[in-house]
Design a protein around this ligand. Structure first.
Ligand code: GTP
Ligand code: SPV
Ligand code: MN
Length: 609
């Protein structure tokens, strides 16, 4: 479809202005068809950017290798350009919106020369449902178009819902690598250098401008940019929640169903928990979503969650048939792999895939030939797959996708989990005593920084409140307040119960104490029972902890180890709370809700008693 055929005058004009600014060679409006997807993939193969994989192993799938400057989200190039700096808050980068638009307009000037501009109408959430939001992304990356096909609902059906007057979030995206006459990508991933990349959000006008990166959350603008950063602003104004949360359905041996969401920072286990295969007999887990939840109150006063996405953009390393068989099955066909290794037999490979690689050689994520590894481990810094290598797979291919996953009414949530990677102090699981106590715990989440972000802090613990540090589109102090207000204005008995979990406690040798993955079902079962008014617990200063007989230890975990991870580490917690008081909360100044200091004071007092 061409631009002249667009029936929405505002949209048509916006595209025409973008064309005038960015000077693409041609323009195409995406229809969302399979033929279009196949054509995008063929274009990237012809440009030397995609490698078709062995159709007997991974039918309909390809592998991309990106640029070393373009392998993850770039938090220090991500901006919340609200009119007042105060509204972006201390945890977001801010530039005055007029100044930022001026800078970026210069960068966009002619940035699509030699390329095609694709106009992607997309829906976050089922097309036409009341809860869904429409965006329109223009991009010069066929890789992005193909990924958007999998991750969102794309095409003509979205334009039909938009009609002639409908509202949409306009999203500019250019990889920032115009081509000269006759020039081709020739196998070089197109992007701009790090200091020219911008991932910008204009919360008042609800616009997204992204430049210079073709990767993941920087470039698939429905995901973190729209469904989180812009959506958090809408949610604040309209009284709902847009969160970095998985959504799972859990069924107990008696057939009782509950839905649980969980917020863990990037690469801290959401996809794995959402698809977990329980080791506890008789229990079943199914997936509703693996990264983002939008939650609104139903007439019955309960919170209902939908997954606004249509696919998984999952971390490849660490994924194997033991740890996450459902993810392995989801990406067995029709999938896009980015920055994985390529074996001699046309298969993908990554660290901790469960086996070495066949043959003599393997191609690493930088495109270099290396000896085929005999085991599935590589020394740090010498990985064959980038530690943030990803698969993009349609959610409907997941063997454990819940039948409700596209229900526009959403699923009623019984529990929220918060957690991160914490080698010490934070117990395996801990239940908040009240909504406000849970909000306090969410506000102090800490986690080791992972490879999902380009940062020199990888491995260091940082505070990542609600796992939303890089994804909140406004002042984090106001975000805490929003959570508190929701609790105060609703019947607390109907709100989800709040839990803290930590799968990542380490022993003195640096090994994980808790085996994680499927064994996390032991913790889910306890949480399920707590939500039913059962499940044995002891009250401690930090919350309700399971009694030692409440969770049977998995094989290989001693009684003493269980005691260690279910203990209140009093000196550790005192240090934790002192750090919150000295370094974390002061960042938010007057915007830190005083209710949170009340919680902090009360817990400190009990720990000192
Ligand atoms: P994003 O997509 O970045 O938001 O990540 P995510 O939160 O969905 O994380 P994911 O489930 O993809 O897990 C990231 C990494 O953590 C993978 O390498 C997993 O193998 C590993 N992981 C997940 N769950 C566990 C667990 O219970 N224990 C341990 N030790 N590792 C885990
Ligand atoms: C994350 O970093 O939390 C992701 C990957 O889910 S990305 O889409 O790149 O944001
Ligand atoms: Mn994520």
């Amino acid at each position: 479809m061409n631009v002249q055929e667009l029936k929405h005058p505002g949209l048509k004009q916006w595209v025409e202005e973008a064309v005038a600014l960015m000077s693409p060679d041609s323009v195409e409006v995406c229809d969302g068809s399979k033929a279009e997807y196949d054509r995008m993939i063929q274009i990237t193969i012809d440009a030397g950017l995609a490698t078709p994989l062995n159709p007997e192993k991974l039918p309909g799938s390809v592998l991309f290798r990106s640029d070393p400057s373009d392998v993850a989200r770039v938090e220090n190039r991500t901006y919340i350009a609200s009119k007042n700096q105060e509204d972006a808050g201390p945890t977001n980068n801010w530039i005055d919106p007029a100044e930022l638009k001026k800078t970026m307009t210069e960068l966009y000037h002619g940035s699509m020369k030699g390329r095609t501009m694709y106009v992607i109408p997309f829906s976050m959430g089922p097309v036409g449902s009341e809860i869904a939001k429409i965006g329109v992304q223009i991009t010069d990356s066929p890789y992005v178009v193909a990924n958007m096909h999998i991750m969102t609902r794309v095409g003509t059906k979205v334009l039909e819902v938009l009609g002639t007057q409908g509202a949409y979030v306009p999203c500019f995206h250019s990889v920032g690598k115009p081509l000269g006459p006759g020039e081709k990508d020739n196998g070089t991933w197109p992007c701009a250098p790090l200091d020219k990349k911008y991932i910008s959000h204009f919360p008042e006008t609800r616009e997204i401008w992204s430049y210079g990166s073709g990767y993941g959350g920087n470039a698939l603008l429905g995901k973190k940019c729209l469904a989180l950063r812009i959506a958090t602003v809408l949610a604040r104004d309209e009284g709902w929640l847009a969160e970095h949360m998985l959504i799972l359905k859990i069924t107990n041996p008696e057939g009782v169903v509950k839905y649980i969401t969980g917020a863990f920072p990037s690469a801290c286990g959401k996809t794995n928990l959402a698809m977990l295969i329980p080791t506890v007999p008789g229990w079943k887990v199914e997936t509703v979503g693996d990264d983002i939840a939008w939650m609104k109150f139903g007439k019955d006063g309960r919170l209902y969650a939908i997954n606004p996405e249509a696919g998984f953009f999952g971390v490849a390393p660490g994924t194997n048939n033991e740890s996450n068989r459902n993810a392995m099955e989801s990406c067995k066909k029709n999938s896009i792999f980015t920055n994985c290794g390529l074996t001699e037999d046309g298969d993908v490979w990554w660290e901790l895939i469960g086996h070495g690689a066949p043959g003599k050689e393997i191609v690493d994520w930088k495109g270099n030939k290396r000896p085929a590894p005999k085991t599935d481990k590589s020394p740090k810094g010498e990985e064959i797959a980038h530690p943030n290598a990803r698969f993009t797979a349609p959610a409907k291919q997941c063997p454990c996708i819940a039948k409700e996953w596209e229900d526009p009414a959403g699923v009623p949530i019984s529990a929220f989990l918060f957690g991160g990677r914490r080698p010490k102090t934070i117990p395996l699981v801990n239940q908040a005593k009240s909504w406000i106590h849970g909000v306090f715990m969410g506000s102090i989440v800490g986690s080791e920084v992972t490879a999902a972000v380009i940062s020199d802090q990888v491995g260091q613990v940082r505070r990542d409140p609600f796992a939303m540090l890089p994804f909140c589109g406004y002042h984090m102090g106001d975000y805490f307040k929003h959570w508190i207000t929701l609790g105060q204005s609703h019947d607390e008995s109907k709100l989800p119960k709040i839990f803290f979990v930590n799968w990542f406690r380490k022993n003195d040798e640096g090994g994980f104490i808790w085996p994680g993955y499927g064994e996390n079902s032991r913790v889910l079962a306890w949480i399920f029972e707590r939500c039913s008014g059962k499940g044995k617990a002891v009250e401690t200063p930090i919350g309700f902890l399971p009694t030692l007989d409440a969770i049977a230890p998995p094989q290989g975990v001693s009684e003493a180890a269980m005691q260690e991870i279910l203990n209140v580490d009093i000196p550790g917690w005192k240090a934790e709370l002192a750090d919150v008081r000295q370094n974390h909360y002061p960042k938010f100044g007057d915007k830190l809700p005083k209710e949170l200091y009340v919680e902090l004071n009360a817990i400190e007092k009990q720990l000192n008693a």
